[in-house]
Each structure stands twice: as structure tokens, then as C-alpha cells.
Design a binder for this molecule. Structure first.
Ligand SMILES: Nc1ncnc2c1ncn2[C@@H]1O[C@H](COP(=O)(O)OP(=O)(O)OP(=O)(O)O)[C@@H](O)[C@H]1O
Length: 598
């Protein structure tokens, strides 16, 4: 299809330049226990501007692997070997910022479920095309909404497992829109129609065809297109067992296979026919007939088809290999991420209500269990218990909350990080900062309901404010522990195991259950990393200095062996909190970088 046939020639999404994505002799193998399995066996091909190239093949034939290599997302590592060359307009894609030109849309939609379609596109636009003004961003978002036929649902919530939102087809178009927003020249999509019904799939292919007609190169994998969809592909590749069996015009594929002895019956949809004859259940146990079919087709592909695969290399646009990525400034990243977090909180009011109710219930419970305590021995014992109970409340709830929610957010983070949308530090700090208002509200409720009911030390006002400060810091440390657990685990199931195990270990050395001097020396070091320990110590010292004991021998500071000053324990709590956050950031960085190379 010629670019000149585009309806709106003034269209901003129109690609004026000519791009050729070409790959030569791509081999990909996986090494497992010293055994090397060849996934791609030296495939070559190309995709032109203004065309749809559809790749079809049996399951496990290597389609996704090929797309990952074409989009510069799969490299040689210790357990995988990749060789061959991929070029865009004759420049190797490793040698310049190719993701400036080539965008990849994953099979799954990793979208932030509480955003609307418009907000999601605006978020992507502000980070991917940071030089645009606010008006230009809005115009571009409207443009994409229009092109992807999403205008009607522009202000609808995307939705997630907790809240129903867009349909599968609409979500897929939002994922495409998030990539299209930077007006790439090449778009590679892994099974964009997966999970969609035939009508929705066709609608999606029409949307992609419109992009191809604007001059974009569109490459995707697909399983079983219907005949209407099949006729919309300009070029077609058929794969089996890591080899190509056909590459060429879609309009010629039926004749080609007919000529070599595989005539597609009139009443059968060609893609269905190809999948039937090339369907191999088990690569290691092919029947003689299956082997023969593959051998014949491979022979004809290499001898006849392959030699006609000569891409047109004249008139290609020169790639500016010095051109860097348009990355947003750190301040823009912060701004955009904080705005998204605020929207996220606003759209889930029940979560905020639950947190506040939790604070009221837990503080009332403590106030009811331990109230009107005096200064005698029994009361002092109860106060030490109440303070430990406070430490647990302050730390355990945020830990559990973050450890369970972070794995849910993790896939979106990994996908956005892979796209270089933002750095780890703005992402992480945004999470920490956006939790602080809740922690302040929680601490105010908790302290006001409970402090004077017990009552804790009322020697002077500073006691209350020190208690407040320690409580707030303890909650931040609880969150830090939650981030640490969440950064270590990729699933809620794992978080449920790791989180409590870590919490219990730190709690055991919290200083309440046993005098720390009497604990087993092999695990003694745990008290130096226990946020419970430093919180409890600081709270006890604050409570029982300047306390009017009936009997000086009842002083828990002596009994629990809690020497030192408050500030020393608060300082240690700060250090431990910072250390946990640092480990979480390092874990995230490692996971993010690993994910980038997959
Ligand atoms: N990093 C890897 N480690 C182990 N095996 C791998 C790796 N990458 C790919 N494979 C294997 O290579 C084969 C091809 O995988 P790929 O995902 O490319 O196939 P596909 O054609 O996209 O399959 P499907 O249509 O089922 O998604 C599969 O058997 C897969 O298990």
C-alpha cells in the first residue's frame, strides 16, 4: 500500500521517511545443563515501511524470540547465545538508540489500572516526549485516541483485578497507544490479538493497518487469523522449528504452497490449513510424515524463495546514530509519578478508609486493654507490654501492606523501567513520599486515642512529641521492610512466606520477649538490624526517664538492659530504615536490569 493513499496527508502520525528493518542469519540458542538447544536456526528477512508483516508459526517455533531480537531486547548471556545482525536502514541496531525508532508491545498489557485511558497516554507522553508543551501533549494524546478509536472511552478507568474497566481489545489499544505516543517508525507487537475474539481482533488489525498506511513498519506475531484479517497482511512469514518456511507477499502464499504440493482446499482458511500441516506436537518426536513435510518446505524455501528476498535499500532515510533518547528530567519524572500516585490514592478511597479505620480500631484496642495504669510494679509491666504492642502495630502493618501490594505493581514497574520511562530513584522516592501523609494521619489517630488513655509519660509535652516522632519513624521503617520483601519477591505467594519469616526474626530480637543479653550469641547480631528493637528501646527510654516510680527498682530501662540515649536508638532506627530501603533499591535495580535483558 502506498503512503500516498493516506486519507489525511497532514496527519501528524504520518511517517515521511523510509525505513527498512533487516535481519541476517539470526541464530538463538539456549544452554541448559551443558546442553545447547537451537531455537532460531539462522533466519533472515526484512520488513518495509508502510507494510504489515505478520509472523505465524507453530507454538514454540521461535516467534517471540525473533521479535525480542528484532527489537534489541535479547542479547547473548551466560545461558543464551544470540548471533546474526539486525539493522535499521543499514545501521546495526546495537550501535545507536534504536528504541527511539523501534517500539515493542508486549503480549500482556501492563497498565496502571486506576488511571483513565487519557491519563495513561498523557503519563507515557510526558515521559517519552518530554520536550512537548502541555498543549502539545494534549493534542498528541487526542490524536492517538482518535487513531486508536479510543475517544469514546478516553475518560474511562483502565481497570484491574479489583475493578472492572476496559475490554481486552481496548486495553490492548491503550498498550499500543502508550508506544505510539512517541511516533515510532517501527512497531513490533507480540500476539496483539491474543485473548481477543475474532471481531475485536479484526478491529485491532484494522487499527494497525491504518498505522502501516501512514508509513509505519508493523511487525507482529499471530496465531490463527481469519481470512479477512489474513488478507490485510502485506507480507507474511511462516515459521516452524526455528526456520522460515515462507516469506513473501501474503497474496502469493497459497499459490506458492500449491506449487510445491500443498494445495489449500478452497473451503479452508489458508492460515488454518498451514497450521494443520505444520503443526508439530512434539519437536523431539516428529512423525516421519511431519519430518518429510518440513524437509520439503525448507528445501523449497532455501532454493527458491530465499533468493528473491532482496529488500529495496535505495532512498532510505539516514539514521542519526548520535541522537540520544529523549529522557525526561528527574524533576519531570518525580512530578509525573507523584501525580499518578495521587490519582491512585484518590481512585481507591476504600483503601484509605480501611487504613484510618484500622488506626482507630487498633489504638482503641490498646486503650481498652491498657487503660488507667498507675506507677506500681504491675502497671509498669503493662506499660512495657503496651509499648511493645505499639512497636508491632507501627511496623508490622505497613510491612505486610507493602509486601503484599508491591508484587502486584512490580510487573508495571518492570515494564516501564524497561522502556526507560523513569529511573529507580524517582520511582522509589515517590513511593516513600506518597505514603508519609497516611503515616502521619495514622500516627496522629493512634497517639491521640491511646497516649492519654493509658496514660503514658505526661511529665512534659516533649514526651508526647518524642513518642509521636518515634512512632512515625517506626512506620516508615515498617514500610521500608515491606519494600525490601516486595523487591525480593515476584509473587504474593512468595511475599506471604518471606514477609512473616523476616518479621518474626526481627521481632524475636525486639527486646521484649527476652533480655537481649541472654539471647543465643549466634543470632545476637539480628538485634542490630531489628527495627522493632530500636523502636522499642527508644519508646521505653522516652517513657521511663523522668518517670515517677513508686519503687526505683522497677525501672524497666535497667531490667531490660536498655542503656543509651533516645537519639542513639532513633539514629540506629534511621540507619536500619535507610539500609532496608537501599537494599530494596539495589534489588529493584538488579531486577530491572535483568528484565531489560530478557
Ligand atoms: N531464555 C530461554 N530459556 C529457555 N528456553 C527458552 C528461552 N527462550 C526461548 N525458549 C524456548 O524456545 C522456544 C521458542 O520460544 P518462543 O517463545 O520464541 O516461541 P513462540 O513461537 O513465540 O511460541 P508461542 O507461540 O507458544 O508463544 C520455546 O520452546 C521456549 O521454551
Amino acid at each position: 500500500m502506498s503512503i500516498h493513499s493516506v486519507k489525511h496527508s497532514e496527519d501528524q502520525l504520518l511517517v515521511q521517511d523510509s525505513y527498512l528493518l533487516e535481519w541476517k542469519d539470526i541464530k538463538y540458542s539456549v544452554i541448559h545443563k551443558d546442553k545447547e538447544t537451537n531455537i532460531l536456526k539462522g533466519v533472515s528477512g526484512y520488513a518495509n515501511s508502510g507494510e504489515i508483516l505478520a509472523i505465524m508459526g507453530t507454538s514454540g517455533s521461535g516467534k517471540t524470540s525473533l521479535l525480542s531480537i528484532l527489537s534489541n531486547r535479547l542479547f547473548s548471556q551466560s545461558h543464551v547465545k544470540v548471533s546474526g545482525t539486525v539493522t535499521l536502514n543499514q545501521n546495526e541496531i546495537h550501535t545507536f538508540h534504536s528504541n527511539h525508532y523501534i517500539k515493542y508491545v508486549l503480549q500482556e498489557n501492563f497498565l496502571f489500572g486506576t488511571q483513565t485511558v487519557r491519563e495513561s497516554l498523557t503519563f507515557a507522553c510526558r515521559l517519552k516526549v518530554p520536550y512537548l508543551t502541555k498543549t502539545q501533549v494534549n493534542e498528541r494524546v487526542d490524536d492517538i485516541l482518535d487513531h486508536l478509536r479510543l475517544t469514546k472511552v478516553a475518560d474511562n478507568i483502565i481497570g484491574n483485578s479489583m475493578r472492572k474497566g476496559l475490554s481486552g481489545g481496548e486495553q490492548k489499544r491503550v498498550s499500543i497507544g502508550n508506544e505510539l505516543i512517541s511516533y515510532p517508525n517501527v512497531m513490533i507487537l507480540d500476539e496483539p490479538t491474543s485473548g481477543l475474539d475474532s471481531f475485536t481482533s479484526q478491529h485491532l488489525i484494522e487499527v494497525l493497518q491504518a498505522q502501516a498506511h501512514l508509513g509505519r513498519t508493523i511487525i507482529f506475531t499471530i496465531h490463527q487469523p481469519n481470512s479477512k484479517m489474513f488478507s490485510m497482511f502485506d507480507r507474511f512469514i511462516l515459521m516452524s522449528e526455528g526456520n522460515f518456511l515462507y516469506q513473501g507477499k501474503t497474496s502469493e502464499v497459497v499459490k506458492y504452497f500449491s506449487d510445491i504440493g500443498y494445495k489449500c482446499p478452497y473451503e479452508i482458511n489458508p492460515p488454518e490449513y498451514f497450521m494443520r500441516i505444520f503443526h508439530i506436537e512434539n519437536r523431539h518426536h516428529m512423525s516421519e510424515e511431519e519430518k518429510e513435510i518440513l524437509d520439503i518446505c525448507s528445501y523449497h524455501y532455501k532454493k527458491t524463495l530465499k533468493k528473491y528476498m532482496i529488500p529495496q535499500t535505495e532512498g532510505l532515510t539516514e539514521i542519526d546514530i548520535k541522537k540520544g533518547l529523549h529522557t525526561a528530567s528527574i524533576s519531570t519524572e518525580f512530578k509525573v509519578l507523584i501525580q499518578r500516585s495521587i490519582i491512585n490514592v484518590k481512585r481507591q478511597p476504600m483503601l484509605s478508609v480501611i487504613k484510618i479505620v484500622q488506626a482507630i480500631v487498633m489504638s482503641s484496642l490498646v486503650a481498652l486493654i491498657f487503660n488507667n495504669l498507675g506507677h506500681d510494679k504491675k502497671s509498669i509491666q503493662s506499660i512495657t507490654g503496651a509499648l511493645f504492642f505499639n512497636s508491632i502495630n507501627y511496623i508490622a502493618f505497613p510491612t505486610q501492606g507493602e509486601a503484599l501490594t508491591f508484587p502486584l505493581e512490580r510487573p508495571v514497574f518492570l515494564t516501564e523501567y524497561k522502556e526507560d520511562l523513569y529511573g529507580i530513584i524517582p520511582y522509589f522516592l515517590t513511593k516513600v513520599i506518597c505514603e508519609i501523609p497516611f503515616q502521619i494521619i495514622f500516627t496522629i489517630i493512634y497517639s491521640l486515642v491511646m497516649y492519654f488513655a493509658i496514660p503514658y509519660n505526661t511529665y512534659n509535652a516533649s514526651k508526647f512529641f518524642i513518642f509521636f516522632g518515634i512512632s512515625l519513624l517506626a512506620q516508615i521503617s515498617g514500610n521500608a521492610l515491606g519494600y525490601l520483601v516486595g523487591s525480593l519477591t515476584s509473587s504474593i505467594q512468595l511475599a506471604v512466606v518471606i514477609g512473616p519469616s523476616m518479621m518474626i526474626s526481627l521481632l524475636a530480637f525486639g527486646g521484649f520477649f527476652s533480655n537481649t543479653n541472654s539471647l543465643s550469641s549466634a543470632f545476637y547480631w539480628i538485634r542490630y538490624i531489628s527495627n522493632y528493637n530500636f523502636t522499642y528501646r527508644a519508646l521505653i527510654i522516652n517513657q521511663f526517664t523522668d518517670f515517677d516510680f513508686n519503687n526505683e527498682n522497677d525501672n524497666p530501662i535497667e531490667l531490660l538492659n536498655f542503656q543509651g540515649e533516645i537519639w542513639e536508638n532513633v539514629g540506629s532506627l534511621l540507619l536500619v530504615t535507610f539500609g532496608m530501603m537501599l537494599i530494596a533499591v539495589i534489588n529493584l535495580k538488579i531486577s530491572g536490569e535483568y528484565h531489560k535483558r530478557r
